[in-house]
Design a protein around this ligand. Sequence first.
Ligand code: MG
Length: 344
Amino acid sequence: MQLRYTPYRLELRNPFRLAHGSRTGTDTVVVQLTANGHVGFGEASMPPYLGESTASVTAFLSRIDTAQLQLGNPVATRHYIDGLSPTDNAAKAAIEMAFIDLLAKTNGVPSRTLFGVAAAATPPTAFTIGISTLHELPEKLKQAEHFHIIKLKLGGENDEELFDDVRKLTDKPLMVDANQGWATAEYALRMIDRFAHQQVLLVEQPLPTHTDPETWHWLKERSSLPIFADESVKRLTDLPMAKDLFHGINIKLMKCTGMYEAFDMMQYARANGLKVMMGCMTESACATMAAAQLAPLADFADLDGPWLIANNPYLTPTLHEGRIVLSTTSGHGAIPLAPLHPFA
Ligand code: MG
C-alpha cells in the first residue's frame, strides 16, 4: 500500500466571518492511499481554532506505517491510527477516510455499505451564510438558491437586525449558529425566544465551550428551540455529558477522528435521545462526500463545504431538491479533478 499526501489551500468564495474571527481560506492536506489498482481519497481540513496545521498533519502522516493499514482488519487499523497520538483529530480523519474509501473500492461497494447503511437519501443540506451586511445578503442568498435550508451565522453585534433582514429576503427554514457568540444564558434565551416561531429549526452552540453544565442545563430547560452542541462536543467521550445538556449534536469528521467514530456517536446519540446533525468544516467534496455516506443516519445535514470554495479540487456533488445525491459507485464518491494534486 502506498501513502501520498500534499498540502492544498482552499480559497473561500466569500470571506467567512464568524463570531470569533474572519478568514479567506482554509488549509487542508489531501491524502491518497493506493493498493490493488484502487485509490482511496482522504482530506484533513484545518480551521485555525482547532489547533491543527499543515505542519502537524504532515508530521502525523509521516509517522504512519502502511503495513499497519490492513484492509482485512479495519478494527485493528482504526485503533492503530487513533493510538498514534492523543490529538491530531483531522489528520486521523484524513488517513482513515482514505483507508475506508480504498476498502470500499476494493470490495466494490459504496462506503455506506461498510456501515450497514442501506438508505441513500440524505437530509436536505443547509447552506451557510456568514455574518453579513444587508448589502451582501441578496448575493449570498442567490448562492443558496439550490438549498432548501439556510444556516445563519450569528453571535455578532447586530444579530436581531441581520436575522430580520434575512427573514425579509427568504422564507426558507433557518438554522441559527451563534458559534459561542452569546455571552450569557439570559441573553441567549432572549435571542431564542425572539427567533422562535420564525421557521428556525434549531440553535447551534449559543454559549462558549467553557460554560458550566448548570448554565447549559438552565438554558436547555427553558429553550423553545432545540439546542445543538458543536464546539462543545468533539468525540464519543463527550456524549455522556452532552446528552443531559443539549437536544442534539453536530458531528464533524475533523473533530471526531473520522467515519468510524462518527458512526459510533450516531448510535450513542440515537440510544440516548440526542438528535444528530452531520456537519462539515470548510472542506472539499472529498471529506464532504465521506460524511455524506453517513448522513442517511442523521436528522439534519450541514454539508455545504464544496459550495463555499472557489478552487474545489474534486467534482462538486450533485444536489437533488437540496439533498446531496450519494454515488452508487464504490467508495465515498469523491471524484478528483486531475491533475490538481502535485504530490511531492
Ligand atoms: Mg457550528
